[in-house]
Write a protein that binds this ligand. Structure first.
Ligand code: NAD
Length: 424
């Protein structure tokens, strides 16, 4: 399918249709000129590569890999690399656009990109994954690099995959290039504070939202869906600053105690048993029941589409802070709005991860590494300023925070496109 066909035929509810609709809504509000709007509706570059890989049994398999680079007007592009059997090019392009808006809303000098390989990593050995990753990197060597496109871990890729990419790229260049990827092991130039960064950013936005709404932290209650990296870090940092966690869940179910659950002890229980279910003193609840609990703050930090048209009228939180990407469907957003529930949208709430990835890139370029306190302080400042910008637009224009975040982001990129001009 050609790019034009993909853009004009995409389903309004599909990944690309949804992200284009958000762009169109923001563009209409800021009277975006057509040339800039049309430019931003399309990725700058999409590369499809074939990745011949020697398997352990001596056979060869040719995998398909993609890299979509949506925009480079504010700086190089940045985005995760995903290994998944159901990956589609449309999804990769949509994710690259979302990444542009996420970087722009926190005002870091990046555009968005995303990549992936259609493969099932669960059925591959470490050696097969390494050979596939190194060949994928080599096929992309012309279009990636610290000044062009910086990859990071995403679904089924991790620090080890980033180390292979860094090594392969460095071998091709003839010298070490740590800034070609982020999410590296600390020993290769990874940043301190990266693991906690997304959860930490979620907590900064919750703190700011509560302050604006005159809700004291002390005595407030919160609930977390998805006690993974983002959810458990957000819970521990929030727990330490006053509010009480009433419930948390993972893919196996949830635990609930209206008198409070220690976030730290719950993590120890999950590490020991593999699940949050059965935490001492708590009652078992389903994920659906958890979403409907009365609380001050609900943090969906698991999967997409957790809050939908069929359950949005039963959400009983005052604030929803989107730790996950896309946990609220557009229909559900309208219902939450009507009910006066304040939603901190994903591109703002969970941007802490890409902010600290940016710090990792900066540290790599300077070959000068920061302490964890320095990382956390800088992260806090960037998140507060981003929240303030989005909140101001939300109030001035009387629009929800999601649309306000898109207005801030699109306006930021549009300014860069405008002053650069459209070449030639
Ligand atoms: P993770 O794998 O560490 O944690 C996900 C958690 O969700 C796990 O505890 C899992 O058991 C749970 N889960 C899975 N299915 C569930 C279900 N149906 N109901 C309830 N819980 C379920 O992943 P993560 O890195 O914490 O990422 C979580 C979300 O945050 C994803 O949407 C991801 O895209 C988004 N995100 C992550 C980062 C980051 O830095 N890790 C940054 C931005 C956005």
């Amino acid at each position: 399918m050609s790019m034009d066909e993909m853009l004009s035929n995409c389903d309004d509810h599909g990944p690309l249709g949804a992200v284009l609709r958000q762009l169109d809504d923001a563009a209409a509000l800021i009277d975006l000129e057509d040339a800039v709007h049309q430019k931003l509706r399309r990725p700058k570059r999409v590369v499809t590569v074939s990745i011949p890989t020697r398997m352990d049994d001596g056979s060869f398999k040719v995998f398909t890999g993609y890299r979509a680079q949506h925009n480079m007007d504010c700086g190089p592009c940045k985005g995760g690399l995903r290994y998944h059997p159901d990956l589609t090019l449309e999804e990769v392009i949509a994710l690259s656009m979302r990444m542009t808006w996420k970087c722009a809303v926190v005002d870091i000098p990046y555009g968005g990109a995303r990549g992936g390989v259609v493969c099932n990593p669960k059925e591959m050995s470490l050696g097969e994954l390494e050979r596939m990753t190194r060949r994928y990197t080599t096929e992309l060597v012309e279009v990636i690099g610290p000044e062009k496109d910086i990859q990071a871990p995403d679904v089924y890729t991790d620090a080890r995959v980033m180390a292979w990419i860094m090594d392969t790229y460095s071998m091709q260049m003839g010298y070490s290039v740590p800034a070609v990827v982020t999410g590296k092991p600390i020993s290769l130039g990874g940043s301190r504070g990266r693991e906690a960064a997304t959860g930490r950013g979620v907590v900064v936005t919750i703190r700011e939202a509560m302050r604006r709404r005159n809700m004291p932290l002390e005595g407030a209650s919160f609930v977390v869906q998805g006690y993974g990296t983002v959810g458990s870090w957000a819970a521990r940092l929030l727990d330490a600053s006053g509010p009480t966690m009433m419930a948390a869940s993972d893919s196996q179910g949830g635990c609930y105690n209206p008198d409070g659950i220690s976030a730290e002890e719950l993590l120890a229980h999950k590490r020991e048993t593999g699940t949050v279910v059965g935490f001492p003193g708590s009652e078992r609840i389903t994920n659906q029941e958890l979403l409907e609990l009365e609380c001050d703050v609900l943090i969906p930090a698991a999967l997409e589409d957790a809050i939908r048209a069929d359950n949005a009228d039963r959400i009983n939180a005052k604030i929803v802070a989107e730790g996950a990407n896309g946990p609220t469907t557009p229909e559900a957003q309208d219902i939450l709005d009507e009910r006066g529930i304040f939603v901190i949208p994903d591109i703002l709430a969970n941007a802490g991860g890409v902010v600290v990835s940016y710090f990792e890139w900066v540290q790599g370029l300077q070959a000068y590494f920061w302490t964890e306190d320095e990382v956390n302080e800088q992260l806090d400042g960037i998140m507060v300023r981003a929240f303030d910008r989005v909140h101001a637009v939300h109030e001035q224009r009387g629009i929800d925070m999601r649309l306000a975040a898109m207005v801030v982001a699109v306006d930021r990129v549009a300014q860069a496109v405008r002053v650069r001009g459209i070449y030639p």
